[in-house]
Write a protein that binds this ligand. Structure first.
Ligand code: GLC
Length: 524
C-alpha cells in the first residue's frame, strides 16, 4: 500500500508574513523573521506553513496583486532568503507552501501594461476585454469585491477590462492557452526550488462565462457563501472549465518525487460543490471548507457540517478544516466571542478532525480580532466598502510574542504597519511558560493528533450517539466528547480512559462541565 501523503493528518499553519516577525525594524514582518521564529513552529508540532503572498506587488491588496510571479517582494526579503527559509524549515521537518494568484494579476504586471497599450498588443488577450454595452456603460452586471461594477473602462483602447476584485487586479483570460503555459512554468519554477505546494487564491475563479452573461439576482435571505451585493456570481466564478486547469496542474504536482500539494481557496457554499474540486482524485488534494468555517460552533450545526462534508467528499479524499484566515477573521472571535473555554474546545475539535487542519497565526494562543480604527486601516478592499464582512485588518494585526512595548514583533520605538494587540492580550512567551495555557493545550493537541489520528482515513470518522448537548465522535484512535453548552452533561459511556481534557484536569470525570471537552480512548 502506498504511504499516505504528508498532508494527511497534518497541521498546517497560515503565516501572514507581514504580521509575524519583523527582522529589520521597518514595521513589516519578513522572511528572515520567519526563520528566526521557526523554533516556535517546530515546538508546536507544525508540519507545513503556507505563507501569505510573497511575490512582488504594488500592494493594493497586500500581495494578491502580483507584478512578478517568480520574485520575492523586497519588503519581505530576497529569493535567497526564501531558499534559506525552505532549507531551515526542512531541517525541522516543516514544508513551505506559497500563495499563488492565478485568477488575476496586478495592473502593474508587465503583461497588463502591454495588454492595455493597444488592442493588437502581444498580451491583449491575456485579460478579459469587452466592448461597452449597446447603450454604453459596462458590458454586463457583474460586480467586484467592493460591490461596484467589475468592469473598468480603459480610454486608450475604448474597451472595458474585467476585475472581480479591485480595479488594480485585472482578471486573466483562462480561455487563452498561453495563460496556461505561463502558469505551468510558474508552478515548475517554484516546485523546482523546493516549494512543497501552493495555496491557490480564488481557486473557484479563473474561467469566466465566454458569453459574459448577466449574473442572476440573489434571493433575499441567502447566506453569504451564495453571493453578495444582491447577485449570485454564477457566470464570473465557479465555471466548469476551471476543473481542467487543476487536472493539468495535478499532473505537474504528481510528477515530483515528493508530490507537490495544491490547496485551493474554494469559496463555495456547500459540500457537493466543495467535493467537485477533488475531482476523481485528479484535481486539488485539499480544498478549503468555507461552510464549516462560516458555520456556527454550536449543536447541531457543527456536527451536521462535519458529517455533510465527509459524506460528500469522494472516497479517499483528504478534508481540510480551518476556523480563521486573513479574510474571514479569527475563530476565537467569530465562534467563541473571546471566551477561553470555548476557544479550548474549538481547538480540541479542530485538532481531532480527520484530514488536514490549518491554523491561522495566533490561533495557537487564542488571539482574537482587533478593532483597527479607520485611520489606521490598511485594507483597501474593505475600507469604505459596503462589504458585509467588515474590515479584514481586524485579523491581520501583528503576533504578540511577549508583553513588551514592541510585542517582540519589531524593534522598540518602531510603529508596526498595523496596531499591536494590547499588552494585556495573549502572548507567546507567557503562554509558553504557563502549563495551563491555550498554547500548551494546542501543543498537546497537535502531539495527540500526530500519534492518535495521523493518516486515519476520513471514512473512519464517526459521529456517536451521545447525551444531548455533547458533540461526541470517534476519530482515529480517539473518542472525543465536547460539551457545547452551559450545563454539565454526563460523560458518555463511549469515552474510556481520558488522555486530555480542555479543563486541564486529570482522570475521567463523571460529567463534563460547561464548555469542557475530552479526548479519550474508546471504552473497551
Ligand atoms: C482571496 C484572498 C484575498 C484577496 C482576494 C483577491 O480571497 O484570500 O485576501 O483579497 O483573493 O486576490
Amino acid at each position: 500500500m502506498a504511504a499516505s501523503p504528508w498532508w494527511q493528518g497534518a497541521v498546517l499553519y497560515q503565516l501572514y508574513v507581514r504580521s509575524w516577525r519583523d527582522s529589520n525594524g521597518d514595521g513589516y514582518g519578513d522572511i528572515p523573521g520567519i526563520i528566526a521564529g521557526l523554533d516556535h513552529l517546530s515546538w508546536l508540532g507544525i508540519d507545513g506553513i503556507w505563507l501569505s503572498p510573497t511575490m512582488p506587488s504594488p500592494d493594493e491588496d497586500w500581495g494578491y496583486d502580483v507584478s512578478d510571479y517568480t520574485g520575492v517582494h523586497p519588503d519581505l526579503g530576497t529569493l535567497d532568503d526564501l531558499d534559506a527559509l525552505i532549507a531551515a524549515a526542512a531541517s525541522r521537518g516543516i514544508r513551505v507552501l506559497l500563495d499563488l494568484v492565478p485568477n488575476h494579476t496586478s495592473s502593474a504586471h508587465p503583461w497588463f501594461v502591454d495588454a492595455a497599450s493597444a488592442r493588437d498588443s502581444v498580451h491583449r488577450d491575456y485579460y478579459v476585454w469587452a466592448d461597452p454595452a449597446p447603450g454604453g456603460g459596462p458590458p454586463n452586471n457583474w460586480l467586484d469585491a467592493t460591490g461596484h461594477s467589475a468592469w473598468q473602462r480603459d480610454d486608450r483602447t475604448g474597451q472595458y477590462y474585467l476585475h472581480n476584485f479591485l480595479v488594480g487586479q485585472p482578471d486573466l483570460n483562462w480561455w487563452l492557452p498561453a495563460v496556461h503555459d505561463e502558469f505551468r512554468q510558474i508552478l515548475e519554477f517554484w516546485f523546482d526550488r523546493g516549494v512543497a505546494g501552493f495555496r491557490i487564491d480564488v481557486a473557484h475563479g479563473l474561467y469566466k462565462d465566454a458569453e459574459l452573461r448577466d449574473n442572476p439576482t440573489l434571493p433575499p435571505g441567502s447566506d453569504q457563501l451564495e453571493g453578495r451585493f444582491g447577485l449570485r456570481p454564477v457566470y464570473n466564478s465557479n465555471r466548469p472549465e476551471t476543473h481542467g486547469v487543476y487536472r493539468d496542474w495535478r499532473k505537474i504536482a504528481d510528477s515530483y518525487s515528493e508530490p507537490r500539494l495544491l490547496l485551493g481557496e474554494t469559496w463555495v457554499g456547500d459540500a457537493e460543490q466543495l467535493a467537485s474540486f477533488y475531482g476523481d482524485n485528479d484535481e486539488l488534494q485539499l480544498a478549503f471548507n468555507f461552510p464549516f468555517a462560516f458555520g456556527k460552533f454550536q449543536l447541531p450545526d457543527v456536527a451536521e457540517v462535519i458529517a455533510a462534508t465527509l459524506a460528500a467528499l469522494p472516497p479517499g479524499a483528504c478534508p481540510v478544516w480551518m476556523g480563521s484566515n486573513h479574510d474571514i477573521g479569527r475563530f476565537p472571535s467569530r465562534w467563541c466571542a473571546g471566551n477561553e473555554q470555548h476557544i479550548r474546545v474549538a481547538l480540541l475539535v479542530l485538532a481531532t478532525l480527520p484530514g488536514a487542519v490549518v491554523l491561522y497565526y495566533g490561533d495557537e494562543i487564542g488571539m482574537t480580532d482587533l478593532d483597527v480604527p479607520l485611520a489606521l486601516q490598511r485594507d483597501l478592499m474593505t475600507i469604505g466598502s459596503a462589504n458585509p464582512r467588515g474590515s479584514r485588518d481586524r485579523a491581520r494585526t501583528p503576533l504578540r510574542w511577549d508583553d513588551s512595548e514592541s510585542a517582540g514583533f519589531t524593534d522598540g520605538g518602531v510603529t508596526p504597519w498595523l496596531p499591536l494587540p494590547p499588552a494585556s492580550a495573549p502572548n507567546v512567551a507567557a503562554q509558553r511558560a504557563d502549563p495551563g495555557s491555550v498554547l500548551r493545550l494546542c501543543q498537546q493537541l497537535i502531539a495527540l493528533r500526530h500519534t492518535e489520528i495521523g493518516s486515519a482515513p476520513a471514512a473512519s470518522w464517526e459521529l456517536l450517539p451521545g447525551p444531548a448537548g455533547l458533540l461526541t465522535y470517534r476519530s482515529g484512535g480517539l473518542v472525543i466528547a465536547a460539551n457545547l453548552g452551559d450545563a454539565p452533561v454526563a460523560t458518555p459511556d463511549a469515552a474510556g480512559e481520558v488522555l486530555l481534557s480542555t479543563a486541564g484536569t486529570a482522570g475521567r470525570p463523571a460529567a463534563l462541565g460547561p464548555w469542557q471537552g475530552i479526548a479519550a480512548r474508546p471504552a473497551s
